[in-house]
Design a binder for this molecule. Structure first.
Ligand code: SAM
Length: 224
């Protein structure tokens, strides 16, 4: 459900790292972790950041307050895009935040390229991460960063009938097209020309993990 609430507009899980005091902070954990990893990597004043699967723009607004530049977002939901646009207008951010309603697999070529791309609980919905990654690399400047916060399967999820059933329900219920292990993600990313610079496993900080998947934040940079 999407609502225009005055509280957190994030459509993602709360993450209760030890420094988190309340649910508002838990909802902001992934934004904070991404901002810490982007600040030094985007040019001040002219940074171009793209939020893939941006929901109603909650992460974009956070980025706009912390990164000096232009924040674009893409969501496949027209309703989400409309809510995000209204929010930017309300917060006086229309000159720096822009949302488009489109499939992130069909983005137009970006010129200039983005300095960074982030995606929170979004690329897991892609029907083919293997195909999506190269198209993202084409739109990322050399030395730019890609941060994916999402569900990744662990090897122990494989082979056991009960777990496979659980995963099938998860895939069907949430329209999950790209549930991969970390090893698979690393291989796909290297094929797309990316080098992993950090793997942050947040699984133990998620309040409820109803399925045996790891949730990680992944900054990537294009390979030299
Ligand atoms: C779980 S929500 C996360 C939203 C947002 N990142 C957040 O953290 O609040 C998943 C988002 O991915 C978007 N999405 C899923 N598949 C997409 C696609 N193929 N192209 C663009 N957006 C997509 C949905 O519209 C939604 O905004």
């Amino acid at each position: 459900m999407v609502a225009e609430s005055p509280g957190s507009d994030a459509i993602h899980r709360g993450v209760w790292t030890p420094d988190v005091a309340n649910s508002a902070e838990a909802m902001d954990t992934v934004n904070r972790l991404m901002i810490e990893r982007l600040r030094d990597y985007v040019p001040q004043g002219s940074a171009r950041v793209l939020d893939l699967g941006c929901g109603v723009g909650a992460t974009m607004v956070r980025l706009a307050h912390e990164v000096d530049g232009f924040i674009s977002g893409v969501t496949i939901s027209r309703v989400q895009a409309e809510i995000a646009a209204k929010r930017f207008a309300r917060d006086g951010l229309t000159d720096r935040c822009h949302v488009i309603c489109a499939d992130f697999a069909e983005l137009l070529p970006a010129e200039p390229r983005y300095d960074a791309m982030v995606a929170v609980e979004a690329v897991v919905h892609s029907p083919s991460l293997e195909n999506l990654l190269p198209s993202l690399v084409d739109r990322l400047r050399p030395g730019g960063r890609l941060i994916l916060c999402d569900d990744w399967m662990t090897e122990k999820d494989r082979g056991l009938a009960a777990r496979e059933r659980c995963l099938d329900q998860f895939r069907a219920g949430w329209r999950i097209g790209s549930l991969h292990t970390v090893a698979e993600l690393v291989a796909m990313s290297e094929r797309a020309g990316l080098r992993m610079v950090e793997d942050l496993d947040l699984t133990s900080y998620c309040a409820s993990v109803g399925h045996a998947t790891a949730w990680s934040s992944w900054p990537w940079v294009p390979q030299p």
